[in-house]
Design a binder for this molecule. Structure first.
Ligand code: GTP
Ligand code: MG
Length: 676
């Protein structure tokens, strides 16, 4: 079993000396957006770009400059998401592009429209400060994804949306999930995951801010006269203070296969009363009957016969519980490598994450294995999605006699790796626990062997997360993860998470990519009719006045005055993951963006960038090796709904996969050509 004892440190500490295997091209030009001012600069802690001191946030990735970060707003600035669902399930299946699915999207900022760099930066700063000082109403912080946001990963975070997502009901303790109930009234076969061809769209988005440097080609297009900065939400779009007593927190449970994610989730739900004693008895009995007694708690989340038989989670289970501060939506992800796209589906929705580690001898090491382990891939992915708050749940401590030495060793090895991924030490909590023996989950450990641990229990650590932010005052954006059609009644509903803005019955929405205006007939949340859907809600929007074939998973519902782009030729900034196969010109890859997946060809590798400084080190290289970053152009087989990352993070994060592995994460830096 290859131990990765020195892996983390190597990656981190020796990065400067990394041998790129090529000569630095002295004559290489720095791309326009990378102009660097040597004097009075501050270096972005994430992408390492040297920003002018007047910049309040990184010009490249949007990360706030130090002083503001300390303000803890940075955490509050991140757009939250997610499911307002009760226990349910997000399942994903890798399917063809037509079945694209998934959720995610955050309206990027809006704030600025100046095309002049300095100017928009100042505007950003003003917006940031406004958000910081004034703050939105309780439970409704408005975030400005573009400018203010967050500490994203090097590329911002990558919305590794994957593939198809279905919400499935967990049947358990409660909850419903869109899917199950829906199936009742829905003709599954017609449930359109068929992404038909989309018409073109005049793109638009006026959000200029950071975009000034990238999307030159779109600025003058018709139909984009209104800038997002001019958008004024109506009163009903903003939540009343009293409406949200508990803030919703979407918590992705990730980690290597068999580390105990489902067992931990099930145990937590049981301890918090979300799974009744009776239900638990039933799971125990059934699990024993099948010779899988140790999986009783996991069965609460692993509902399908195949999952139970194989003893692995295959799709993301969604459940919820309330802590003191949060309405926590648990997204229990699969750890098996074959289901990474499904894990991504849930993780893209996450406000925070629990990385579960199996402390057993050999198991931790297996998870850290660069090629076979998922610990590192999951950590890298969630960081790429913008998750910066992490609990490392060191599980199965009972299997190592609650050894402090083992715990410390895991911290030292994994900690170095997490730092290299961009997690700040101060945003990572390490909790030793045992899900099976119920140690340190919701109360202090009772086993004396854990008496050396004096920190918070898991539930307290969850309550220590910074609250997520939501984009209530931005124009509507709802990436469509699923479509439900009821041909008999001539109805079509788009399902997904509202990333920005709000809708209610009678609202006009622009359905992309068909560029068709539809009217909202009714809304459903948690399988209940609801009058208004706001950012953060996972809803089904029943539409009037549109042909069902014009609504497709992978599409986006947006505000009619703020259509999003539709394109197949994109410029990306990518980071090839450690251990991944090189990307060559002509490489055929799977391109993932929010709920869409598309075949893509690497048409050009424009620049190789220094991973530390972001500066161009070589023009037109032939390939990008592991751990290298580069600016590339990709041409997709079919166009997707997309935005430049600088304008809309959720619609501008991508990841590239091949042969069942994620090879690169990235952001859209430019839409080279939009579909008309
Ligand atoms: P995937 O979803 O397939 O990646 O697995 P998982 O991470 O959800 O693991 P799961 O909860 O299915 O548990 C895998 C095995 O680990 C089961 O046999 C559990 O009983 C066992 N397990 C989970 N937690 C603990 C623990 O705290 N201690 C011990 N000794 N075993 C545990
Ligand atoms: Mg599981």
């Amino acid at each position: 079993m290859p131990r990765k004892v020195n892996y983390g440190p190597d990656y981190d500490d020796n990065y400067d000396e990394y041998d790129y295997g090529y000569e630095v091209d002295e004559n290489a030009e720095t791309p326009p957006q990378k102009e660097t001012i040597k004097h009075s600069v501050w270096r972005c802690s994430i992408c390492t770009y040297d920003n002018d001191e007047t910049m309040s946030s990184c010009d490249i990735c949007g990360v706030l400059h130090g002083p503001l970060l300390n303000n803890s707003i940075y955490d509050k600035k991140r757009t939250a998401n997610i499911f307002d669902l009760k226990s349910s399930r997000v399942s994903s299946t890798v399917v063809g592009r037509d079945e694209a699915v998934k959720v995610s999207s955050m309206r990027s900022d809006s704030s600025n429209q100046s095309t002049e760099k300095g100017k928009h930066n100042r505007l950003d700063e003003i917006n940031i400060l406004k958000n910081i000082e004034v703050g939105p109403p309780a439970g409704s912080r408005t975030s400005d994804n573009c400018s203010a946001s967050v500490q994203e990963g090097w590329l911002g975070h990558v919305d590794e949306s994957s593939v198809a997502v279905n919400l499935r009901s967990s049947g358990k303790s409660s909850l419903s999930l869109m899917p199950k109930e829906r199936n009742v009234m829905v003709d599954d076969s017609s449930s359109s995951r068929n992404g038909g061809e989309a018409n073109s769209l005049t793109s638009n988005l006026e959000n200029i801010s950071f975009a000034a440097k990238s999307r030159h080609s779109n600025d003058a297009k018709p139909g984009r006269a209104i800038s997002r900065a001019q958008y004024k939400p109506e009163k009903w779009m903003l939540p009343e203070k009293a409406e949200h007593s508990l803030t919703q927190l979407n918590l992705a449970i990730v980690g290597h296969v068999d580390s105990g994610k489902s067992t931990l989730s099930g145990r937590l739900l049981h301890l918090l009363g979300r799974i009744s004693q009776k239900e638990m008895h039933k799971y125990e009995k059934e699990a024993k009957l099948q010779g899988k007694g140790s999986f009783a708690y996991a069965w609460a989340l692993d509902e399908s016969a195949e999952e139970r038989e194989r003893g692995i989670t295959m799709t993301v289970a969604v459940a919820y519980f309330d802590s003191k501060r949060y309405h926590v939506v648990v997204l229990d992800s699969p750890g098996h490598k074959d289901f990474v796209p499904n894990m991504i589906t849930g993780a893209t929705q996450a406000d925070a994450s629990i990385l579960v580690i199996d402390a057993s001898i050999g198991s931790f090491e297996a998870g850290m294995d660069g090629t076979k382990g998922q610990t590192r891939e999951h950590a890298q992915l969630i960081r790429s999605f913008g998750v910066d708050q992490l609990i490392v749940a060191v599980n199965k401590m009972d299997a190592v006699d609650y050894s402090k030495e083992r715990f410390d060793l895991i911290i030292s090895q994994l900690g170095a790796f997490l730092r290299s991924c961009g997690f700040k030490d101060s945003s990572v909590s390490w909790i030793p626990l045992s899900a099976v023996e119920n140690q340190n989950l919701v109360s202090a450990p009772s086993d004396f062997r854990l008496s050396w641990y004096l920190g918070p229990n898991l539930l307290d650590a969850i309550d220590s997360f910074q609250p997520p932010t939501r984009e209530f005052s931005k124009p509507l954006i709802m990436p469509i993860c699923d479509v439900i059609k009821s041909p008999s009644q001539g109805q079509v509903s788009a399902c997904g998470k509202l990333e920005a803005g709000a809708v209610r019955s009678g609202s006009k929405v622009l359905v992309m990519p068909s560029a068709t205006i539809a009217t909202v007939r009714s809304l459903e949340r948690d399988s209940q009719a609801c009058p208004i859907g706001r950012a953060g809600d996972n809803i089904a929007v029943s539409l009037n006045g549109i042909d069902g074939n014009h609504v497709m998973a992978g599409g986006v519902l947006c505000h009619p005055d703020f259509p999003i782009a539709f394109a197949k030729h994109l410029e990306l900034k990518v980071l090839v993951l450690d251990g991944a196969t090189p990307i060559l010109i002509g490489s055929q890859l799977e391109f993932h963006i929010h709920h869409a997946k598309e075949a893509a060809r690497v048409a050009r590798i424009s620049f190789l960038l220094d991973s530390k400084t972001g500066k161009v080190v070589k023009k037109a290289p032939r390939c990008i090796l592991a751990k290298q970053s580069a600016v590339v152009e990709v041409i997709l087989q079919e166009a997707v709904c997309v935005e430049e990352f600088s304008k809309c993070k959720v619609l501008g994060r991508v990841f590239l996969r091949t042969l069942g592995r994620t090879v690169a994460v990235g952001i859209v830096t430019r839409i080279v050509e939009e579909q008309q």
